[in-house]
Design a protein around this ligand. Structure first.
Ligand code: ADP
Length: 425
């Protein structure tokens, strides 16, 4: 429900062939509408719109739509003609116009993957910021160009609105030098910026505060290891609300086993694979990003639900994929507690962290050394958007599940930087 006098914040997250959008109430942070455009730049490009509440501003004499609170009205528009990001943003504008929502949009927040060393927080997008993001393209060649396309499209299609950039890397700029420096010739850092940056920062920022609230402690007093487990996955050591270390590095390939990404690998494997197969370095990188991880190990799927179902049916590859995922995750969680020095809680978030009681149980099973003991009932009950403690209540550290909400975090920053009042975080 869009309330009287409430402005809206549009959040855009552009991938190379996709665009995710969300429209949030700037005062209470409620999600009004989400959209997803896929297969962009191909003839099959389309965008789907999903309404979560029934906006007060009803369309009169226009297409009627039924909305329910649980899932909302969902409909799909084919992007014939203009199938790129600009076409998708134009379709979004038409959708907003059709529901008289366009005039309520006060600012646009953009998820930007790589801000290099320049940004330790969100910023208003200016020509200088755009120039810096262009400089960061070599650090994120797949992501930053798409993010920039979204920014340009938003500026052209919603002229006059403030645009804000919220960086995945910004939260990790507090990492100490000994955590972000690779043991390679220093010249590579000085000359090319080769260092560890970390990602998923917007999620960590949101989840750290929500976990502190759940623990009933001020954020500045908390020591957390947070595991963001989605298609991409990473772990971060968050002490007093600041990132001290994280498992992703120069690119989002380092660290955990992910849907299609290998995570850590002996750097010597590059030369080995090249010599053994004749693949180029670029092809090896592509394979490690797109054909490895759960998919590579199981030879079945990159999707955790499919892997779990297959493992339950006895599929050997799927069983192995689950075990490696949980084992590597547990090793990383233990190593991140070195960075925090002490530990209040291990926090699970992201599609897998929030829903896979199996991965959580296996991981905690490997972490007895930290004193974690699973509460099986709580673990099964804390899924599908629920937050809570899943280890024995009388123990510290505990393990928590906290649903992430990156869109809300982006809307929060966008609203404050645009000079509007902050929504309830
Ligand atoms: P993204 O990184 O693209 O935002 P998500 O955070 O949505 O991804 O996480 C996607 C992953 O979450 C997929 O591997 C999916 O299988 C997994 N997932 C979603 N629901 C469940 C579930 N009920 N049980 C196990 N895994 C799940």
């Amino acid at each position: 429900m869009v309330q009287e006098n409430h402005k809206l914040i549009l959040v855009l997250n552009c991938g190379s062939s996709s665009l995710k959008g969300a429209l949030l109430d700037s005062i209470n942070g409620e999600l009004i509408l989400s959209c997803l455009a896929e297969k962009l730049t191909t003839p099959e490009a389309y965008i789907t719109f999903n309404y979560f509440e029934n906006p007060k501003v009803q369309p009169i004499g226009r297409r009627s739509w039924f909305v329910n609170k649980a899932g909302g009205d969902k409909h799909r528009v084919e992007l014939s003609g203009k199938t790129d990001h600009t076409g998708a943003v134009e379709a979004l504008l038409e959708e907003l116009k059709a529901h008289d929502l366009q005039g309520l949009v006060a600012a646009i927040g953009h998820r930007v993957v790589h801000g290099g060393e320049k940004y330790s927080g969100s910023v208003m997008i200016t020509d200088d910021v755009i120039a810096t993001l262009e400089e960061c393209i070599p650090l994120a060649p797949l992501h930053n160009p798409a993010n920039l396309t979204g920014i340009h499209a938003a500026q052209a299609i919603f002229p006059g609105l403030p645009n804000v950039g919220v960086f995945d890397t910004a939260f990790h700029q507090t990492m100490p030098e000994h955590a972000y420096t690779y043991a390679v010739p220093r010249e590579l850092y000085r000359q090319y910026g080769l260092r560890r940056y970390g990602f998923h920062g917007t999620s960590y920022r949101y989840v750290a505060q929500a976990a502190a609230d759940l623990l009933g402690k001020p954020l500045k007093d908390t020591a957390l290891v947070i595991a963001h487990l989605g298609n991409g996955a990473s772990v971060a050591a968050v002490l007093g609300g600041e990132s001290k270390d994280t498992s992703m590095g120069l690119t989002p390939l380092e660290g955990l086993v992910m849907g299609t990404r290998s995570g850590d690998l002996d750097p010597g494997a590059y030369g080995f694979i090249e010599e053994a197969t004749g693949m180029s370095a670029k092809e090896v990188t592509d394979m490690l990003n797109k054909k490895s991880g759960l998919l590579g190990i199981s030879e079945l799927s990159n999707d955790m639900r499919t892997i779990q179902e297959a493992a339950a049916d006895g599929h050997e590859g799927a069983k192995l994929a689950l075990e490696i995922t949980a084992y590597r995750l547990a090793k990383y969680i233990a190593s991140m507690s070195v960075a925090t020095g002490r530990l209040d809680a291990v926090v699970f978030t992201g599609g897998i962290g929030e829903n896979s009681s199996l991965i959580r149980a296996k991981t905690i099973g490997y972490l007895a050394i930290l004193g974690l003991e699973l509460d099986e009932e709580a673990n099964e009950a804390t899924r599908f958007g629920k937050a809570g403690i899943i280890t024995r209540a009388d123990r510290t550290p505990c393990a928590l599940v906290v649903p992430t909400n990156e869109e809300r975090m982006i809307a929060f920053d966008t609203r404050s930087l645009s000079g509007l009042e902050s929504p309830a975080a």
